[in-house]
Design a protein around this ligand. Structure first.
Ligand code: FES
Length: 164
C-alpha cells in the first residue's frame, strides 16, 4: 500500500483513523491491528490520533501511548523516500556498528533516528535483523545487506537515488 506523505492533512488522518476503527470495531485484541492499519495507510501513527483510538477501545491514552512507544516499528511521522536501518543489537555492536553509525551520521549529516528535511532519507536503528553471522547488518528500503561499511552503504544509497 502506498505511503501517504507528510502533506497529509490532520483532518484526512482522522478520517483514515475513523475508517480503520470502524472496520475493527468489536474485534478482540484490536489495538495492534489498528495501529498497523493506520501506519500502513498513513506511513505513521500520528500522536494526535491516540486519544481517538483510546476512546474507541476504552483504554487510557497512556496505555495506547505505551504500546506505540514500546514497538520500534511504529513511527510518529512518515518515513523519508529511502529508509536506511542499521542494526544496533549485540552481534552488530561486537562488529563495530557504533563506529559505523557515527561515521554514517557524519557523512549523511543526519543523526540516527531522524529524517532529512527534504524527506529523501530516514536513518533508523533496528534491533537484530536475524543475520547476526554477517554483522554488521543494514537494511535499505527493506533489503538486507550484511558485512556493510560506510563506503558500501553510501554506494547503495546513491544507487537507490539514481533509480528514484
Ligand atoms: S544483532 Fe545485528 S543482525 Fe542480529
Amino acid at each position: 500500500m502506498a505511503i501517504l506523505s507528510q502533506r497529509f492533512a490532520p483532518e484526512q488522518c482522522q478520517a483514515v483513523a475513523r475508517e480503520v476503527l470502524a472496520a475493527r470495531r468489536g474485534q478482540p485484541g484490536a489495538l495492534l491491528p489498528i495501529l498497523h492499519d493506520i501506519q500502513d495507510r498513513l506511513g505513521a501513527v500520528p500522536p494526535d490520533l491516540l486519544p481517538m483510538i483510546a476512546e474507541e477501545l476504552c483504554l487510557s491514552r497512556a496505555e495506547v501511548h505505551g504500546v506505540v512507544s514500546f514497538y520500534h516499528d511504529f513511527r510518529a511521522s512518515p518515513p523519508g523516500r529511502h529508509v536506511l536501518k542499521l542494526c544496533q543489537a549485540e552481534a552488530c555492536q561486537s562488529m563495530g556498528v557504533k563506529a559505523l553509525t557515527a561515521e554514517m551520521e557524519q557523512k549523511l549529516g543526519l543523526p540516527l533516528g531522524e529524517t532529512l528535511e527534504d524527506g529523501s532519507l530516514s536513518f533508523e536503528a533496528v534491533y537484530c535483523l536475524g543475520n547476526c553471522a554477517c554483522a554488521p547488518n543494514a537494511m535499505l528500503n527493506g533489503e538486507l545487506h550484511g558485512r556493510v561499511d560506510a563506503q558500501e552503504l553510501l554506494a547503495l544509497l546513491a544507487e537507490q537515488e539514481s533509480r528514484a
